[in-house]
Design a protein. Structure first.
Length: 200
C-alpha cells in the first residue's frame, strides 16, 4: 500500500497558507491513489521539544548497550523516524519565518538526524539510510519574494538535509509575495496551478 506523509509546519495550523496547499495536494493525490495510507504530523501545532544532550548522547551508544533510560530518551526520535520510513510520498508545507524554516521543523531535523539510523559516514561523505525511492513535494510559502536569489535560505538548507538522510527526489513550489496585497491572490493561484500540473 502506498503511504502519503503530510508534514505541516505552519504555526497557524489549518489556517496556514502552506497547510492549505498541503491539503489541496493531499486531496488531489488521494483522488488518484484511493486506499492509500495517510500519516499526518503537524510540527506547528505540536512542535517537537528541543534536542538536548542526554538524548543526543544516548543516540551515540550502540543500540545493544543502551540503558532502559537511554532507550526511553530515544522513543520520540524513533517514532518520528518510523513515520518517515513508512512514507512513499512526502508533502511538506514550508512557511518562511524570519528568513528560515520554522523552529518546529528545525527541532524535527535535530531529532531525525541519527548516525547509523538515518545516515552514516563513509569515506566518500555522508550516505542516507532511509529506504530509497521516496518522493518529496515541498510547498513553500513566503511573505516576500526570494526564490532563485541568495536570500532564499530555505531551498538549499532543506534540500541538503533531506539528501543527507536519503531523500533526494524533491520538487518545490513557491507561493511568494503573500504579504504583498497585489501579489497574494496570483501567488496562491499560481501554486495551485503548478500543483495540478504535478499531479497530472
Ligand atoms: C513569525 C513570522 C515571521 C515571518 N518571517 C518572514 C520572512 O522572514 N520572510 C518572508 O518572506 N515572510 C515572512 N513571514 C510571512 C510568512 O512567510 C507568510 O505569512 C507565509 O504565508 C507563512 O506561511 P503559513 O501561512 O503557512 O504559516 C513571516 C510570518 C510570520 C508569522
Amino acid at each position: 500500500m502506498t503511504t502519503l506523509f503530510k508534514l505541516t509546519t505552519s504555526i497557524f495550523g489549518d489556517q496556514g497558507q502552506s497547510t492549505q496547499l498541503v491539503e489541496r495536494f493531499a486531496t488531489s493525490w488521494l483522488a488518484k491513489n484511493p486506499g492509500a495510507k495517510v500519516i499526518s504530523r503537524d510540527l506547528g501545532l505540536n512542535p517537537p521539544h528541543h534536542l538536548e544532550a542526554p538524548a543526543f548522547l544516548a543516540s551515540r551508544v550502540p543500540a545493544a548497550d543502551r540503558t532502559p533510560a537511554q532507550n526511553k530518551l530515544l522513543e520520540y526520535s524513533d517514532s518520528l523516524i518510523e513515520e518517515l520510513r513508512q512514507a512513499d510520498v512526502i508533502v511538506l508545507g514550508l512557511p518562511m519565518y524570519n528568513f528560515g524554516i520554522s523552529s518546529g521543523m528545525k527541532a524535527w531535523f535535530d531529532h531525525i538526524a541519527r548516525v547509523g539510523v538515518t545516515f552514516m559516514y563513509t569515506p566518500q561523505g555522508p550516505k542516507g539510510l532511509l529506504p530509497e525511492g521516496k518522493k518529496c513535494y515541498i510547498l513553500a510559502t513566503r511573505g516576500g519574494i526570494y526564490a532563485g536569489t541568495n536570500r532564499d535560505t530555505q531551498t538549499g538548507h532543506v534540500t541538503n538535509f533531506l539528501s543527507l538522510i536519503g531523500i533526494s527526489d524533491i520538487q518545490f513550489i513557491y507561493a511568494e509575495g503573500l504579504n504583498i496585497p497585489e501579489k497574494k491572490a496570483a501567488a496562491i493561484e499560481g501554486a495551485g496551478a503548478q500543483l495540478a500540473q504535478w499531479l497530472g
